[in-house]
Design a protein. Structure first.
Length: 80
């Protein structure tokens, strides 16, 4: 219900832009912290970690999906 409303009002693009800017600002703030400076963490490091996290989560989700579909197919095959 709300997804259509968000899309119709053009909020989807606005929210995407806000999220992107928020992520940039958050990374800059983290990189400027004393904690990050002491450990050599900069925006590029945070970008790399974010990319790795997305890749790992996508791979995990794909594996989970395959296992779930595989289990469903096995169950259906047993029922027949």
């Amino acid at each position: 219900m709300f997804a259509g409303l968000v899309e119709n009002l053009g909020l989807k693009e606005g929210l995407a832009e806000f999220k992107e800017q928020f992520n940039k600002d958050a990374k800059a703030a983290i990189a400027e912290s004393q904690f990050a400076k002491e450990r050599g963490i900069n925006v590029e490091t945070l970008d790399a970690w974010e990319t790795q996290l997305h890749q790992h989560s996508e791979a995990f989700a794909q594996g989970l999906h395959e296992r779930t579909i595989g289990a469903a197919v096995d169950t259906l095959a047993q029922d027949e």
